[in-house]
Design a protein around this ligand. Sequence first.
Ligand code: SF4
Ligand code: SF4
Length: 179
Amino acid sequence: MEGVIDFSKSKSEFITDLDKLLLQAVKLRAVIPLPVHEARGVDASGIMSLILSSIDCSSSDAKCCRENHDTPIPVMEFEKNLILSKYGISLPDIGGYWWGIRTPCPLLSGNNCICYTERPMVCRYYPLQPGLAKDRDGIMYSLDSICPQAPILARKIYTITYELRENQEHLMLQTRRMS
Ligand code: SF4
Ligand code: SF4
């Protein structure tokens, strides 16, 4: 999915494009590309933590644990072993050194994960979807649109980015006038 939004447009045109991008992603159950690129020398874990800490699961019905694009949630071997030894749940081998949690996840109790503190890595990083979107500037961070919080957070990140760029341009213009 092409994630390019033209930041040089007027604010109203930009918002129209943003609405289209978010609507389309939700409709297609696709990823929402964010205007943040993976780049060498950048503190990726810091950016990821910031994005993840902005996802509010407090009023969630654990949608991510109930459905996953009709495919199993992939977990690593040590995670599969832990789930078997501690919770007695056997996960199927889905190939390529991965084991799969079929949704709804058997570790879900009500809306709570019974292995929350030791949940698989893929669950910890959800709804971040690394490596699934890119534009001409490279690989973009993206969010899974199945998560109801994803479009809300993506909208905030896009509008903040737009406003920062606007301020930056304004400052540059002022600096040029003064020099
Ligand atoms: S392990 Fe926990 S967080 Fe991961 S899908 Fe299952 S219930 Fe959800
Ligand atoms: S779908 Fe999103 S909001 Fe709901 S539990 Fe998962 S990460 Fe949290």
